[in-house]
Design a protein around this ligand. Sequence first.
Ligand code: CMP
Length: 237
Amino acid sequence: MAIKGPVGLGRGRRRRMTPALKRWRLSLELTQAEFGKWLGVSRATVNRWEGGLQAIPKSVELLESLTRGRIIPAAKDQHILPLTVSGRRVREGGETMNKTLAIIKPDAVQSGKTGKIVAHLEQSGFTLRALRLTRLDSERAAEFYKVHREQPFYAALVSFMTSGASIPIVLEADGAVRKLREVIGATDPAEAAPGTVRKLYAESKERNAIHASDSDENAEREITFFFSRRELLDSGG
Ligand code: CMP
């Protein structure tokens, strides 16, 4: 059987690409059918790509290179795929678009403010897409806050976040990341605007009731940190 090289690629690159595609799929723990569904192709096509029997479209190679390193570690056991392919077009966003992550922190959960905070978020125009009561262990908290690891407050932050239950919540609204930052207010409740969640419910800068993602990219990472794709309800949910 004649084996064609992929569009615009030499055979050497095709040979390197096909095992990479399979490794990528396996690292996401997806079946060929699930992976194909996401990419908008049949299971048989994925099978042919992985066997090197059919050219891999450039868009798939681009998608793989975009997600390598950045998405795979976060998505490893979470099944969240933050990029979608539409034909040959790769579009940023996908299932985390217009979504952000909030965490009701241990101080607020322990002092019984969960209901009021959730009501405040809903009244501010957010729709809940996923929610869980959990307790982070040190390893998970250290990983979640790793961007702060050089900060003097890092150890105390990890210790606080593991001190009791917390509630990660995926929230949806237009411009969700920015909107939630406005609704929760400044990090330090002393500086937060009147009517914001932190002004109303936070104790201090360290015990400040709620976390919110600070960019779309971090929202994507943080949502995948806590929730699988199957746990995110869509707009019909
Ligand atoms: P958050 O923005 O959710 O994530 C980082 C957290 O670090 C922040 O909330 C605070 O609760 C905590 N923190 C503790 N000390 C400080 C500090 N001096 N400056 C900023 N954040 C701090």
